[in-house]
Design a protein around this ligand. Structure first.
Ligand SMILES: [Zn+2]
Length: 253
């Protein structure tokens, strides 16, 4: 069984002490690939270096909407330059976070549009972080169509899912679906086509039910595959095979 974690912040310092041991255990669990999205320019070089040293790891580069205060005017030019120097699988993690009131919506939209344009220019998919802004995001994707991508930690409506599918987007499914009280999500996942699902941990964040307050790890992807299989009443081998195919197709890995 092969599994992919399509969204893991393995570059974060929470993994500095045991990153390589975790990767070894991932291999034993059948987790063959991990996509690491970038969040701020300051961390891009380290992320690229990490991925250079391990074939399992695939970098994406982007400016995350929750880190607006850490972004600088010349970051986009740096991103454009790095795209010509390194092979990255996506522009991400980028998006709109209208849940946190701290960050100016217009500034987020402006930054997102510039990164969608970079994705168009580089012919790359995108990894999207979207909270309380799915309809705005769908409208922007129509205006600035990209080569597909993943809506990370998707929790929108079935109707919004249909609109994302029209833009060739997949849905990142992870820890939020492990909670017993998440009945809306449990309903939603039954309505998504399996051809549109990828599995993700968002580690070190988004711990599974029962592990609240602990560091999450890409090893959880094996548990998430079982949760998705249970919720959809399908075989875990089919979930693993098809989500792995989806992820490889969208990121060309
Ligand atoms: Zn993330």
């Amino acid at each position: 069984m092969h599994l992919i974690d399509s969204h893991c912040h393995l570059d974060f310092e929470q993994f500095d002490l045991d990153r390589w041991q975790i990767l070894k255990r991932c291999q034993q669990l059948g987790i063959s690939n991990i996509v690491i999205p970038g969040v701020t320019a300051k961390r891009w070089h380290r992320l690229l270096e990490l991925c250079d040293h391990n074939d399992m790891l695939h970098p994406a580069l982007g400016l995350h909407p929750m880190f607006m205060l850490e972004h600088h005017a010349d970051d986009l030019a740096t991103l454009e330059h790095l795209l010509t120097q390194h092979s990255v699988v996506a522009i991400g993690e980028i998006g709109l976070d209208f849940y946190s009131k701290d960050h100016d919506k217009n500034a987020q939209i402006e930054l997102l549009i510039k990164q969608l344009q970079l994705a168009q220019q580089a012919d790359l998919p995108v990894i999207l972080h979207v909270r309380k802004a799915h309809d705005q995001m769908i409208a922007l994707l129509k205006q600035y169509p990209v080569k597909g991508g993943v809506v990370h930690a998707f929790s929108g409506s079935a109707q919004q899912a249909q609109n994302y599918i029209k833009q060739d987007m997949l849905f990142g499914i992870g820890g939020a679906y492990s909670y017993q009280r998440a009945t809306r999500l449990h309903n939603l996942i039954k309505q998504l086509p399996l051809s549109s699902i990828t599995l993700e941990t968002d580690a070190p964040d988004m711990p599974l039910q029962g592990k609240q307050g602990q560091r999450n790890s890409p090893e959880s992807i094996a548990v998430i595959a079982n949760i998705v299989a249970d919720l959809r009443q399908q075989k875990v081998n089919d979930i693993a095979r098809i989500t792995t195919e989806n992820c490889k197709r969208i990121f060309n890995i």
